[in-house]
Design a protein around this ligand. Structure first.
Ligand code: C5P
Length: 319
């Protein structure tokens, strides 16, 4: 359903891109009263994105189609949830839209593809339906949709605290860095399962007090490698979920092993709840050279791979 429409005037249609993220730091601090985990994270948008087109309709229907047949198009999809949420807030249930999703970010991969799609819908429908909600209002709605959605709305390089929804910009990021990202297409990991597995094995070490959480947040804000975050001062990468997913997931072990064999890798880790893994490079050129050199090997291992730079923005309207 891709069209040649110009998106310069958003009267009847528009397009939004929804970037993936990787976790440069994912630390689980403890368990919250709401059952979620208290986190201290550093997240980074990357230049791998879904493309979402919106077409205004007058039939009060919210309809989704997608080029990937493995994706649910029903009410459990964050795109539908986000569209219904923002329409409810608009107090105009007559508003209708047809949404077409071109899914480039792998599903169930720890890259926040679904969360980014949700954030893109809030941004896109606010514009298409001319609702006039402020960024602050969109941020509040985004937190209702999921823990990673506020990050996806802002994007770039951000600390994410609380259950992940409290975002704080990092003063000095470096968008010239790049990643090679790998994922076994036959493996996916459920995020709730990953957290419950972590709890099973580690809850005796959880912190319990807000003041102890704050010590960890302060530590993360001030660690030497964050200011400035550059290829000369590369992020060491940490992911607590990797400790429980890697030992039982060959796709993660093999992915990390492949990445560790590349030249010019600054650091590597699993992203989110996995199973995708990534290696950080000083710049896109050096990552691309290694990516091309190793593409056959990657294919022979049965992995999908991407080479992309860091990105300074989250979901973005295409003009
Ligand atoms: O917020 P989101 O819907 O992305 O979370 C998915 C699941 O991951 C939650 O239902 C929960 O099981 C787990 N989770 C968690 N603590 C967080 C974020 C997610 O336990 N901070």
């Amino acid at each position: 359903m891709s069209t040649n429409n110009s998106y310069k005037t958003f009267d009847t249609s528009l397009k939004v891109i929804a970037p993936a993220k990787v976790n440069l730091h994912l630390e689980i601090l403890g368990l919250r009263k709401d059952g979620f985990h208290e986190l201290a994270m550093l997240m980074q948008s990357i230049d791998l994105f879904d493309e979402i087109e919106f077409f205004k309709t007058t039939n009060s229907e919210i309809k989704l189609s997608c080029d990937n047949p493995n994706l649910s198009l029903n009410d459990d999809n964050l795109i539908i949830k986000a569209a219904k949420l923002i329409r409810r807030v608009s107090n105009n249930e007559q508003l209708g839209v047809e949404i077409y999703l071109k899914k480039n970010i792998p599903i169930g991969a720890g890259l926040a593809g679904g969360s980014s799609d949700g954030a893109a819908v809030l941004l896109g429908l606010n514009e298409l339906w001319q609702l006039g909600l402020s960024i602050k209002q969109l941020e509040e709605l985004s937190a209702e949709l999921g823990s990673d959605v506020p990050f996806c709305l802002r994007g770039g390089t951000q600390f994410c605290f609380g259950r992940g929804e409290l975002v704080e910009p990092v003063s000095q990021g470096d968008d010239s860095m790049a990643v090679i990202l790998v994922k076994d297409p036959k493996t996916s990991v459920s995020t709730p399962w990953a957290y419950s597995r972590y709890k099973e094995l580690n809850s005796t070490n959880y912190l319990n007090l807000e003041k102890d959480f704050e010590v960890r947040r302060k530590f993360l804000r001030e660690v030497s490698w964050i200011n400035p975050l550059t290829s000369l001062n590369p992020p060491p990468l940490k992911n607590d979920l990797q400790k429980v997913i890697e030992p039982i997931t060959p796709a993660v072990r093999n992915g990390l092993h492949f990445l560790s064999s590349l030249n010019g890798v600054l650091s590597l880790a699993m992203s989110g709840s996995g199973p995708s893994c990534f290696a950080v490079f000083a710049n896109l050129d050096s990552a691309q050279i290694e990516f091309k050199k190793n593409q056959k090997k990657l294919e022979s291992l049965g992995f999908n791979g991407w080479c992309c730079s860091f990105r300074s923005k989250g979901v973005t309207l295409c003009l």
